[in-house]
Design a protein around this ligand. Structure first.
Ligand code: CP
Ligand code: NVA
Length: 317
């Protein structure tokens, strides 16, 4: 597989990647997952270092980057905002310049999309968006990989996201589905509908892919979905909105009755995690036979390893 054209690139949002490039990253993810399952560890990041910047908490994203890079011989360095200057006593541009002199790549999780953009602009090394208020691109690579493991080619299949339609995960799912030709329905109260400009951009991408994008406030529109996805009702940084969101989003909870409304007996349940059982999803669904959330969490690691091999090394050899 020739992945040399990825070398040196950042992943800030999947809007910057073509459908073919996303396809290649997913195929590479399958390859690195199979290699790991066979026990093949190739030390492909030996002599390399990764700066991991976190303004927000993380379990999966941190552990996926850290283990994927470390087990291939690389040196990941975790830096929370309690440890480093990042727009506090030093501009983000200057921190980026310094990190770019010492590290082969940078991962960033935090609030503003502009921070991850600035890091990419001034560091001169690949920068990976590990979640911002706007996007969570590495998450949705793992989500689509999980869908493909269950259904094979997902073009023309329907994925439903129910919950906070404005959030980073819903937005990123819309982008990847539009590009890959997967039908995507967001079921959300009108006040939490996704940003119109993003819907327009995604609608433009569907012209080539054939995907259908629908924004609805009716849970019945889950019909025909092969995958039902939800996320927390108040994302990190929005804790003050929690009470209001609980009232708004109660009708959008994933229950077994909602799963049954898909009319698809093989439908699966997905969640980026962490989940609050009894809020956005009932325990019998997330812990039940239709749930694929643990595969989905594991797939964070394989997709992130593939992304780093492509962009840092430009080769998977
Ligand atoms: N899904 C996800 O990003 O999980 P963490 O917040 O634990 O990294
Ligand atoms: N929307 C959630 C995703 C967590 C992985 C958040 O931003 O908190």
């Amino acid at each position: 597989m020739d992945i040399s054209r990825f070398k040196g690139r950042s992943l800030l949002t999947l809007l910057d990647y073509s459908p073919e490039e996303i396809r290649e990253l997913l195929d590479l993810s399958k390859l690195v997952k199979a290699q790991q399952k066979r026990g093949e560890i190739r030390h492909r990041f030996t002599g390399k270092s990764l700066a991991m910047l976190f303004e927000k908490r993380s379990t999966r994203t941190r552990c996926a980057f850290e283990t994927a890079f470390g087990e291939e011989g690389g040196h990941p360095v975790f830096l929370s905002t309690a440890d480093i200057q990042l727009g506090v006593k030093e501009s983000i541009e200057d921190t980026a310049r310094v990190l770019g002199r010492m590290f082969n790549a940078i991962e960033f999780r935090g609030f503003k999309q502009s921070t991850v953009q600035t890091l990419a602009e001034y560091s001169g090394v690949p920068v990976f968006n590990g979640l911002t208020d706007e996007y969570h691109p590495t998450q949705v690579l793992a989500d689509i990989l999980t869908m493909e493991e269950n259904f094979g080619d997902c073009r023309g299949k329907k994925l439903v996201f129910t919950g906070d339609g404005r959030n980073n995960v819903a937005r990123s799912l819309m982008v990847i589905c539009a590009k890959l030709g997967i039908d995507f329905t967001v079921i959300t109260p009108l006040g939490l509908a996704p940003d119109r400009d993003l819907v327009k951009i995604c609608a433009a991408a569907t012209a080539a892919s054939g995907a259908r994008i629908l924004v609805s406030d009716k849970p019945d529109d889950v019909k025909g979905a092969c995958a039902v996805y939800t996320d927390v009702w108040a994302s990190m940084g929005e804790e003050d909105k929690k009470a209001e969101r609980v009232q708004l989003l109660k009708p959008y909870r994933v229950t077994q009755a909602l799963m049954n409304k898909t009319g698809e007996k093989d439908a699966i349940f997905l969640h980026c995690l962490p989940a609050i059982k009894g809020e956005e999803v009932n325990a019998d669904v997330i812990d039940g036979p239709q749930s694929r959330v643990w595969d989905e969490a594991e797939n964070r690691k394989h997709t992130i390893k593939a992304l780093m091999l492509a962009t840092i090394n430009g080769t998977a050899d």
